[in-house]
Design a protein around this ligand. Structure first.
Ligand SMILES: Cc1cc2nc3c(=O)[nH]c(=O)nc-3n(C[C@H](O)[C@H](O)[C@H](O)COP(=O)(O)OP(=O)(O)OC[C@H]3O[C@@H](n4cnc5c(N)ncnc54)[C@H](O)[C@@H]3O)c2cc1C
Length: 391
C-alpha cells in the first residue's frame, strides 16, 4: 500500500475495523495503534511509525479522532521532547525500550534541566555525573520540574567535565526516577497547585546504557530537546480554538458583555491568533523537511504573548465571575488543563507561558542573533573552563 494521503486514510480505517476501541481498554488500543505505525507516522517502522512524511499525521489523526487519545497535559514532555530526542540520539535498544510505553502513556517523562543557578543560562548547570565503571554517579539539585511526581523517567543534563568551557563538559542521560537517591519535593505555583517540583539527586547511580549521545556532547542533545520543546509548547489549536475558543464562547453566550471597545480588541486578538496559527502550520511544514530551527523560538514567543493577552481579556469580559478564582487548595496537579478550568485559572497559569521552555527575553535574543543575524551579545565566559567561572 502506498503512503500517500488516501492510502494512509484507508490504512487507518482498516486498523479501526480490526481494533474496536469499545472492546479494548484505552491502553490496549494505544498499544495497537503504536504497533500499526500510527503513533507518529514519520517515525521508522517498528517504532510507532511508517516512515511517512510528517505532515501525513493529520490524516491518521482525523480518521482516529473518535478513539482513545492521550492526556497531553500529562504526557507533553514525553511526546513533545523525549520522543524526538530519543529518536535522534538514542541507540536501537533505547528506542525499543522507551518509545512504546512513552506513546501509550504507561510511562510518564519529566525534564531535569533547570537548576537554582542555571535557568536561562542552562549551560552553567552544576549537577555532577562522575563515571564509576559501567555506571555514573549523579549529585545535584534541579528545580521547576513539571510532572516529576508522576514521572517514571527523566531527561537529565549533568556536568561530566568541569575542566572545559561550560557548553563542552555536559552529558545527557535518561534518569531513572525510581533509582535510590532521587527525591521529589512539591513547589506551589501562583494557581495554588504544585505542578512542578524540586528534585534532589544524591549519589544516584545510572548505568552507562542510560546515556543519550556521547559523553561531553550533552549540549547538542539538549539543544535538540529545547527546539522541540518550543514547538511542542506553542500548541496547534485550530482556527478559533485553544484559549481563543474559550473567550469566543463567552462572547457568543453573553451579549450583555459586548461593547464596541471589547469587540475591537477581540478582533485584534483573533487576527493575531490566526497569524500565530498559520505561522505554526508553516513551521510544522518546515519540520517535515528536517529538524526544528530557531523559528520555533518566534512561535513560542508569539504563543506566550497571545495566551497572556487572551486570558487577560477573558477575565475582563467575564467581570466579577472572571475574577472569582479562589481555589487555593494545595494539590498535586494531575494535568495542565486549560480548557476544563475557569477563566481565573487560565489567566494565572498563562503567566508561566512566558517563562517555561525559555523566557521571552531569551527567545528575543535567539531571534535577533540566529534568525535576523544581528550582532551577538558579548559572551565573556565562552572559552573559560566551567570550574573557573564565578558562581
Ligand atoms: C510553569 C513552568 C514549568 C517549568 N517546567 C520545567 C521543567 O519541567 N523542567 C525544567 O528543567 N525547567 C522547567 N521550568 C523552568 C524554566 O525553563 C526556567 O524557569 C526558565 O528557563 C528561566 O530560568 P530561571 O527561572 O532560572 O530565570 P533566570 O534565568 O534567572 O531569568 C530571570 C529573568 O532574567 C531574564 N534574563 C536572564 N538572562 C538574560 C539575558 N542574557 N538577557 C536578557 N534577559 C535575561 C530572563 O528572561 C528572566 O526574565 C519551568 C518553568 C515554569 C514557569
Amino acid at each position: 500500500m502506498t503512503l500517500d494521503e488516501a492510502g494512509l486514510a484507508a490504512r487507518a480505517r482498516a486498523f479501526l475495523a480490526e481494533h474496536d476501541p469499545e472492546s479494548m481498554t484505552p491502553v490496549e488500543f494505544l498499544r495497537a495503534r503504536f504497533d500499526a505505525g500510527m503513533a507518529w507516522v514519520h517515525f521508522p517502522e517498528g517504532l510507532g511509525g511508517l516512515g511517512a512524511p510528517r505532515g501525513a499525521q493529520a490524516v491518521v489523526d482525523r480518521e482516529l479522532a473518535g478513539t482513545p487519545q492521550h492526556d497531553v497535559g500529562r504526557l507533553a514532555i514525553g511526546l513533545g521532547m523525549a520522543a524526538p530526542t530519543i529518536l535522534a540520539f538514542g541507540t536501537g535498544e533505547q528506542r525499543e525500550r522507551f518509545l512504546r510505553p512513552l506513546w501509550t502513556g504507561e510511562e510518564i517523562w519529566c525534564q531535569l534541566f533547570s537548576e537554582p543557578g542555571a535557568g536561562s543560562d542552562l549551560a552553567t548547570l552544576a549537577t555532577r555525573a562522575v563515571r564509576d565503571g559501567d555506571e555514573w554517579v549523579v549529585d545535584g539539585q534541579k528545580v521547576w520540574t513539571s510532572s516529576a511526581h508522576h514521572a517514571r523517567w527523566a531527561l537529565l543534563v549533568a556536568r561530566t567535565d568541569p575542566d572545559v568551557p561550560k557548553h563542552r563538559g555536559l552529558t545527557y542521560f535518561v534518569c531513572d526516577m525510581r533509582a535510590p537517591g532521587v527525591e521529589v519535593r512539591p513547589l506551589r505555583q501562583i494557581t495554588g497547585e504544585a505542578e512542578f517540583n524540586e528534585v534532589f539527586l544524591t549519589g544516584v547511580r545510572l548505568p552507562d546504557s542510560l546515556r543519550l549521545g556521547e559523553a561531553g556532547d550533552g549540549w547538542r542533545v539538549a539543544q535538540a530537546t529545547l527546539m522541540n520543546e518550543r514547538v511542542a509548547i506553542s500548541g496547534s489549536a485550530g482556527r478559533g480554538g485553544g484559549v481563543m475558543g474559550a473567550i469566543l464562547d463567552a462572547w457568543r453566550a453573553r451579549p450583555e458583555l459586548r461593547t464596541h471597545d471589547l469587540h475591537r480588541r477581540l478582533l485584534g486578538l483573533w487576527v493575531e491568533a490566526e497569524v500565530t496559527r498559520l505561522a505554526g502550520a508553516r513551521l510544522r511544514e518546515q519540520l517535515a523537511a528536517g529538524a526544528p530551527g530557531p523559528e520555533g523560538s518566534g512561535m513560542k514567543l508569539a504563543f506566550a504573548r497571545l495566551n497572556q493577552q487572551v486570558s487577560g481579556l477573558d477575565v475582563e469580559m467575564r467581570r466579577e465571575e472572571g475574577l472569582a478564582y479562589d481555589d487555593w487548595t494545595f494539590r498535586r496537579s494531575e494535568s495542565v488543563d486549560f480548557f476544563g478550568r475557569d477563566a481565573g485559572y487560565r489567566y494565572l497559569r498563562a503567566k508561566g507561558n512566558s517563562i517555561e521552555g525559555g523566557t521571552s527575553e531569551i527567545l528575543r535574543t535567539i531571534i535577533a542573533e540566529r534568525v535576523l543575524g544581528l550582532p551577538a551579545e558579548p559572551r565573556a565566559d565562552k572559552d573559560v573552563p566551567w570550574k573557573d567561572l564565578p558562581r
